[in-house]
Design a protein around this ligand. Structure first.
Ligand SMILES: C[S@@+](CC[C@H](N)C(=O)[O-])C[C@H]1O[C@@H](n2cnc3c(N)ncnc32)[C@H](O)[C@@H]1O
Length: 311
């Protein structure tokens, strides 16, 4: 199965994208305030913000990362009827994949810091016909959920976007019953490159890395993730990693461009690039990625699974 295929559940790709069609109206209703639910008082240091470009990026990601996630979920062996949590579920993320695993007798609780994304995710699962999925606003640092009570906790591309990933891992582990599972799927910029190289790529990605560092965020979270789970007491840890080389016309060839477009205002506001230099480099990057003789390598996605020790 190639990238972009949806392996589990029966919704083809076009239905998934149709489910999130109409996000614009929800954007208008919820994005202007990006309210936090409940009593979440801590600063929301999500690296990428939640503008329309980020919604579009995460919406594509529901489809494009599905097959990589399915491979990881296969390894866990999630049973029908399980009660699981997805931390930082975004506007859809892997909720439908988890729902396919636990079935109608199970329950998936998606948690996201953003009311805006919670609304989008609710719309997504409703359109997919997945009543076993519930989505709530919450903070992955401190969910307030009952301790040691879930069969498993999953997170995808959450740790690489936050300043205190170890705290989130500890919270995730605390939610899982003895003998239950945890799963983390995190990016690392190790192999991310194009060939022939492009100075604009280098400048843009360096500005993005500098911006992340300014926020206290580690873009190499993928390679370190195993340590966070070990330190939180997780056993039977298995990690693999996947990297893709994107052929011409593959949608994910534009992933680095899409990331920069999402962050463009932040890079300028932080003084890392002038608007003119940034726009010139984005244009050069787009032209380069569109060339069929340019090879584009993805991030490395580290996929960890493990168990919370039986009591
Ligand atoms: C890169 S997105 C990944 C979304 C989804 N898991 C996926 O794989 O497509 C990261 C998500 O984490 C959420 N997030 C960031 N900080 C959070 C926190 N402290 N608690 C809960 N969610 C958080 C963001 O709102 C965003 O939806």
């Amino acid at each position: 199965m190639g990238d972009g295929d949806v392996a589990h559940g029966d919704a083809p790709e076009r239905d998934i994208l149709a489910a999130v069609d109409g996000y614009d109206a929800i954007n208008a209703a919820t994005n202007s305030t990006n309210r936090m639910g409940g009593a979440m008082a801590e600063a929301d240091n999500y690296l990428l913000g939640r503008n329309d470009a980020e919604v579009a990026r995460l919406t594509r990601q529901i489809v494009t990362l599905a097959s990589d996630s399915e491979t990881q979920l296969d390894r866990i062996g999630i049973a029908q009827g399980e009660n699981v949590v997805d931390l930082g579920c975004g506007p859809g993320g892997a909720l439908h994949l988890l729902a396919g695993r636990v079935g109608r007798t199970g329950h998936v609780l998606g948690i996201d810091r953003s009311d805006h994304f919670v609304e989008l995710a609710r719309r997504f699962v409703a359109a997919q016909g997945l009543p076993q999925v519930e989505v709530r606003a919450g903070d992955a640092y401190n969910t307030g959920l009952p301790r040691a009570s879930f069969d498993g906790v999953h997170m995808r591309l959450l740790l690489v976007n936050v300043p205190e990933p170890a705290r989130i891992v500890r919270e995730a582990v605390a939610l899982v019953r003895p003998g239950g599972w945890v799963a983390g799927f995190e990016a690392d910029y190790l192999p991310h490159c194009c060939d022939p190289p492009l100075p604009a790529w280098t400048r843009l990605l360096e500005a993005y890395s500098a911006y992340a560092r300014m926020q206290g965020i580690d873009l190499s979270a993928g390679r370190h993730m195993h340590r966070l789970f070990r330190e939180a007491g997780v056993t039977d840890i298995v990690v693999d990693a996947v990297v893709h080389v994107f052929p011409p016309d593959h949608e994910r060839r534009m992933a680095p461009r899409n990331l920069i477009v999402t962050a463009r205002d932040r890079l300028v506001d932080a003084g890392l690039m002038t608007r003119a230099d940034l726009e010139r480099d984005i244009a050069a990057l787009e032209a380069h990625l569109a060339r069929p003789d340019v090879q584009v390598n993805s991030n490395m996605f580290f996929r960890l699974t493990g168990r919370v020790a039986p009591s």
